[in-house]
Design a protein around this ligand. Sequence first.
Ligand code: AMP
Length: 331
Amino acid sequence: METVVSGIRSTGKLHLGNYYGAVQNFVKMQHEYNCYFFIADYHSLTTHPTPDDLHGNVKQVLIEYLAAGIDPEKATIYVQSDVPQIAELYLFLNMNAYMGELERSTSFKDKVRSQPDNVNAGLLTYPVLMAADILIHKATKVPVGKDQEQHLEMARTFGNRFNRLYNTEYFPESFAFSFSDKLVKVPGLDGKGKMGKSEGEANAVYLSDSVEVIRKKVMRAVSDSGPTEENQPKPEPIQNLFDLMKIVSSTDTYTHFDELYNKCQIRYGDFKKQLAEDMIIATEPVREKINAIAADTEYLSKVAKIGAEKARESASKTIREVREIIGFRSF
Ligand code: AMP
């Protein structure tokens, strides 16, 4: 059976980008593959969380994984830092990851632009840690959103380079995976680019947002004064809202508003109201479970403990074999 690995950085609550780009695929894949889904707390250290925030955020992602339907009986759910073998593989892979290729990564360049005061080495080597996350279980499929495509390519480069260096075929190649025919990119509400945690509170809709908050955020989403010519192309903020509607609404609803836009008869108030209601319906099953799961701390610690044991078992086998390949031998 093919092995699947993916994770989400524990920098806070999950938003619809995480849900539709990644977690929904996790839920479907757990029935068909040998799945490892983790909470990426090592990765979150690039943002320097306080100890309390770090722990709280890890707990929040665990709760939301479970609320979204990841079943710990089917998939292995674990906290990244419970598996220190990942850090060891990261160290090994760093030795043949080159500065030039790391500096060229789009996500690194974005961070240099957006947070010039905190360009730490962890950000530069983020794709190496991600490669370690995947290679530690020798996974071949990685359910991620479109923004991670380049990192996956780098993970293949690092795995292949290791294989060439040591003249082995140890690491398999891994590929980004989505059940829809394309990788998903969920746009944000601010009219520019993707939904993300670092893009400001109003840009993202979170799984844990209340119904009232979702309505408020969507009604305030950036739009414009409306089309003036029939069939005119949609500017980015409007296209983004239509893309969101394509994700959460029925085809009939989408077609209805698309036709109104093309005939210059659309009223953005009605359009946004419909979008908010469909978003609320689409996320209701997850939202309803979040509070009940959050209250069951005994269950949460059991899930994390069992997951850590299963993940460490697979990871220590890989590290044992990798050490042998590299030439670390006992006397
Ligand atoms: P991150 O929050 O950056 O750790 O991302 C975790 C997962 O969510 C990755 O698989 C991303 O590809 C996915 N993801 C995050 N934001 C979006 C988005 N706006 N659209 C689609 N997928 C996303």
